[in-house]
Design a protein around this ligand. Structure first.
Ligand code: GLN
Length: 474
């Protein structure tokens, strides 16, 4: 774990080159970003007078979080030139800890997507194979960390957008319990599901970042008290005696690629060898999570995105009256997928269909909560592959439904607000595969404990540092 942590790496860099710590990263960004398009914007002159535990450590954030001096485009034409006058709470906390904000990372427009192909700033590529997608919607953050352009980045996760790109790019990704990290300054997509979390090269770095960004915030009423202190202890990686549940509905899903299934079962075997008790269980409502999510998330989005009407934010299409202004601004400002979601959300919230769709989705969400809490009364963790496939080729998937189904393994943690991590478990045809760990509410550190244990037995890390940085610097 040690030689992947940014602390160690930065110490080495300082020793090797006698350079300011950030210079090495800036050089990598300059030379590699044109090829992978992870950043929407970055700065070359950085300074932060604050002294703290992250002194001089560079980082990037997904372009849906506000930061002074940067645009917040959300990958959308409608916000293409929008600059926020304030920092998101997470950014304020990281700056206070001494970290250097290098830039903003690319994303699917308004975080709606699974591939970072749907951004006005172009496609972000996967550093392992630049013909493939980086995943999404935090694909820029995952790609930047994977190619070692920054030691860590923040992403947002509404239905899997931290964990899925982390899995496809071979990084660690962590979505905290809903309410552990403040959403103040995060552009809202689906407010009851959105959470910010770190993408890192090892689990210890994820813990470090959480120990800085977590905690109550008076500017976000959904934040929970006392959560920062959860992350202040050392990781305690352990598997022996722990009980693991694997939902059969997940293993039986026909879209699960055989090689991803095999790699997951290989990790299950390793967990058993370490003394873990792994059982197959049934969580019947897992079959409905994609349907439920794609009713609830668009419904919330259709309300959150109503604020973009051309009169107050970003892009505005000059029109003779207000109705025309709104119509033309949205027509030209939003991309296809965002329009699809707004239409879907408006439809399901309409009085004629509310009962049939939205209200029913909320009932299934409650049922899922109940089934999951029953599981957690008997098991410590729920485990499954993070994503049913390895990163597809860019342009290969055109049917939105195929993308929606890729979220099948990550959505439940959002619907129930549970902490979940993705750790690289192996590579298949030289492409990374992620292993997902979900825990009960507020057991975020226990999820990271297990993530660290999985990391230590994962064949992905057998040779120490993941091969990407070496390959890129060669
Ligand atoms: N892929 C999912 C979607 O398109 C999840 C997105 C997210 O987590 N932001 O809605």
């Amino acid at each position: 774990m040690d030689n992947r942590s940014f602390r160690k790496k930065l110490e080495q860099l300082a020793e090797d080159a006698g350079n300011p710590l950030d210079r090495d990263y800036l050089e990598r960004i300059r030379s590699l970003n044109p090829e992978i398009n992870a950043f929407t914007e970055y700065k070359t002159a950085l300074e932060n007078p604050s002294n703290g535990p992250l002194k001089n450590i560079p980082f990037a954030v997904k372009d849906n979080m506000h930061a002074v001096g940067f645009r917040t485009t959300c990958g959308s034409r409608i916000l293409q030139d929008y600059e926020s006058p304030y920092d998101a709470t997470v950014i304020r906390r990281l700056k206070k800890a001494g970290a250097l904000l290098v830039g903003k990372t690319n994303m699917d427009e308004f975080a709606m997507g699974s591939s970072t192909e749907h951004s006005v700033q172009g496609v972000t590529k996967n550093p392992w194979d630049t013909e493939r997608i980086s995943g999404g919607s935090s694909g820029g953050s995952a790609s930047a960390v994977s190619a070692a352009l920054v030691p860590f980045a923040l992403g947002s996760d509404t239905g899997g957008s931290i964990r899925q790109p982390a899995a496809l790019c071979g990084t660690v990704g962590f979505k905290p319990t809903y309410g552990v990290v403040s959403r103040f300054g995060l552009t809202a997509f689906a407010s009851s599901l959105d959470q910010i979390g770190p993408l890192t090269r090892c689990v210890e770095d994820a813990r470090t970042i959480m120990s800085i960004i977590a905690g109550e915030d008076s500017r976000d009423a959904t934040t929970l008290k006392g959560t920062r202190s959860l992350f202040l202890r050392k990781l305690e990686p352990s598997i022996a005696g722990k009980k693991f549940a694997v939902p059969i509905e997940i293993l039986e899903y026909e879209g699960l690629e055989k090689r991803v299934y095999d790699s997951f079962m290989d990790m299950v075997e390793r967990i058993r060898q370490e003394g873990g008790i792994v059982d197959e269980v049934s969580i019947p409502s897992v079959k409905y999570v994609v349907a439920v999510y794609y009713l609830i998330a668009p419904a919330e989005a259709s309300s959150n995105l109503a604020r973009y009407e051309g009169a107050r934010f970003g892009f505005s299409d000059p029109s003779p009256n207000y109705a025309a202004l709104v119509k033309h601004t949205r027509e030209k400002g939003f991309g296809e997928e965002v329009k699809r979601r707004i239409l879907l959300g408006t439809f399901t919230l309409s009085s004629a269909y509310y009962e049939a769709y939205y209200s029913k989705a909320l009932r299934v969400r409650r049922l899922l909560n109940k089934e999951l809490s029953d599981i957690f009364s008997q098991y410590n963790y729920l485990i499954n592959p993070t994503c049913p496939v390895i990163a597809p080729k860019i342009g290969e998937i055109t049917d939105p439904l195929v993308f929606y189904l890729m979220d099948i393994y990550t959505i439940a943690a959002n619907l129930s607000g549970l902490p979940a991590a993705s750790v690289p478990s192996c590579s298949v045809n030289k492409m990374p595969v992620g292993f997902q760990i979900v825990g009960p509410r507020m057991k975020d550190m226990e999820v990271l404990d297990l993530a660290a244990a999985v990391e230590s037995i994962s064949p992905f890390f057998e040779h120490g540092l993941a091969p990407i940085p070496e390959r890129w610097s060669a």
